[in-house]
Design a protein around this ligand. Structure first.
Ligand SMILES: [Zn+2]
Length: 163
């Protein structure tokens, strides 16, 4: 295998590692939290950048710095642009920042569904008096006791016939 082919088969070497991505995520979270509190989010590392004419407009660019600083600088630009739409996920265990579209309160359908499920699970269940009575009798007479508790005469729902 030629060295050229070997290089082409390994494009992942140019991608940042999981550790670096986690660190960038933490940098973003810390910066975003500072902004929400009313503080400055500073990128206090040296960086080369300039502006150039593009037709009638001026564009900012030619940034040169280590990858991490360039990435944070880009995130700061995006946060500045999308600030009014940025919100934290309402799920306490998540709290991820996302771009809110419409009335969304959660970063994903996964968070929304899990919150709904947690709310449903934590709802107090109606008491099952019939079962409670059976358990009380078994506790008194022993686990093998025959228990016959009459169900109260409640209106039964008619069964639909299956064809
Ligand atoms: Zn979430």
């Amino acid at each position: 295998m030629s060295s050229q082919r070997r290089a082409a088969s390994k494009p992942t070497t140019y991608l940042p590692s999981v550790t670096v991505l986690r660190q960038l995520q933490a940098d973003f979270d810390a910066g975003y939290s500072r902004l929400r509190k009313g503080d400055w989010w500073l990128l206090d590392h040296p960086m080369t950048q300039g502006i150039a004419r593009m037709g009638n407009r001026l564009i900012r660019g030619h940034r040169q710095a280590p990858f991490r600083d360039l990435f944070v600088a880009m995130i700061i630009d995006l946060v500045e642009e999308y600030w009014p739409q940025l919100h934290r996920c309402r799920r306490p265990r998540c709290r991820a920042v996302f771009v809110k579209v419409g009335k969304e309160a959660y970063c994903s359908s996964k968070c929304s569904n899990r919150t709904r499920w947690d709310r449903f699970k934590s709802r107090p269940r109606p008491r099952d008096y019939h079962r409670e009575r059976e358990q009380a009798i078994r506790k008194k007479r022993g686990p093998l006791a025959k228990v016959k508790v009459m169900r109260s005469a409640s209106p039964k729902t008619p069964r639909s016939r299956s064809t």
